[in-house]
Write a protein that binds this ligand. Sequence first.
Ligand code: FE2
Length: 95
Amino acid sequence: MRRFFNILDNQNKPNKFITIQNTREDIIGELEAIIQYENHIEQTMDPIAQATLKDIANEEKLHVGQLFGLLFSLDPESKEEFEKGLKEFDSINKK
Ligand SMILES: [Fe+2]
């Protein structure tokens, strides 16, 4: 996985900060996994492989939700901004 954040640069930071940044990095990892599984689904004609990869990709999507739950509990400001983004999306797209 590409490293957006280097834990070694943050050894003197509070544990909560490191946990928040690690959670964001874990979300990236789950999204990258989804991209890879969905690309592999498109690249195979084997229905068993497609079904297996689809099931795994869905599990990764569930993990994204869990990690956002963790992030929002650690950083309520992120939750507020996320919710503002959803409302902004809805207001733009309901016109
Ligand atoms: Fe996962």
